[in-house]
Design a protein. Structure first.
Length: 140
């Protein structure tokens, strides 16, 4: 099971999204997107370093990048990365890794006509109400 970022005693989370293990912030995000009828999504897609294509097969190869959500509205595709670790915002080496990951994902997703990656900071996802508001604004 993935790590919980925020403990909300009143909240009932399954720890699963689309049959895959999910953290609390990923599950809140999925629930928020589910409330937007014009949007759908695929949870946890990877970019294969071997083919340069999207896959749901996890091989854990060097250069394999995970996309938390690929949201879809009609023909519009939007890759979404949930930044769940403080290190994404503090360490220079992590920032460099994140920028490289984003560039690879954008390059692959461009082939599918997708918009550039949207990054979601973990502090926007501390409870369901706040997450719902954040995604409503994000996906207008």
């Amino acid at each position: 099971m993935k790590r919980k970022m925020f403990d909300n005693d009143e909240e009932q989370l399954a720890g699963v999204v689309q049959g895959k293990s999910a953290s609390d912030i990923e599950e809140r995000s999925a629930r928020a997107i589910d409330k937007l009828p014009e949007w759908s999504y695929t949870f946890l897609v990877r970019v294969s370093p071997l083919t340069g294509r999207l896959t749901q097969t996890f091989r854990n190869l060097a250069g394999e990048y995970e996309i938390d959500f690929i949201a879809q509205r009609g023909n519009e595709l939007l890759p979404i990365l949930i930044d769940g670790e403080v290190s994404h915002f503090l360490a220079q080496w992590q920032k460099t890794q994140d920028e490289q990951r984003e560039a690879v994902i954008n390059s692959v997703m461009k082939k599918y006509g997708a918009r550039p990656v949207l990054r979601v900071p973990f502090w926007e996802l501390d409870n369901q109400d706040r997450t719902d508001r954040y995604f409503r604004e994000l996906l207008q």
